[in-house]
Design a protein around this ligand. Sequence first.
Ligand SMILES: [Zn+2]
Length: 182
Amino acid sequence: MTAPRPDASPHRPYLEEALRLAREAQEAGSAPVGAVLVNAQGEIVARGRNRVGEAQTPEHIGAASVAHAEMDVFFAVGKVQGAGELTLYTSLEPCLMCGGASALLGVGRVVWATSDPWGGSGRIIAWSSHPAMQETEVLPAPDPELEREGARLFAPEARRAFPEEGWALWRERYPEETAGLE
Ligand SMILES: [Zn+2]
């Protein structure tokens, strides 16, 4: 017997919003990744998306390789208060920079729709192994349907941006969602 999967339904609307923002990023010429920050009352307190391919504005980081969705969220929030009560939802498993930022700020929980077996850091490197980053819980891909949706959305970018070794990991992890992109 396998352990029952935890109930994904409380996470679903936020993961869907992160995926919506990911599609918005793609339409704007950036990589398809989105994120939202949610407080203890379940309210979305900030939205962000990848803006690497877009101009910088007073409101948003952009035109920089570090303009990832999660960094956009943290810039939007400014001074983070009560971080332990917050949950960061992302369409794709955070990279080392964004995971590290989440752990450094003490964000209580990070939940992602789709794992990134090449660029993601949450499962490979436990941010909480760092003595100053003990507080962040991670919940990888709780909703199978949204996990597949996120994989289909990001797969072309993984094919374009990652080296063969990284793409091979994607094909292994998400064979159906990467089919046809060889
Ligand atoms: Zn990142």
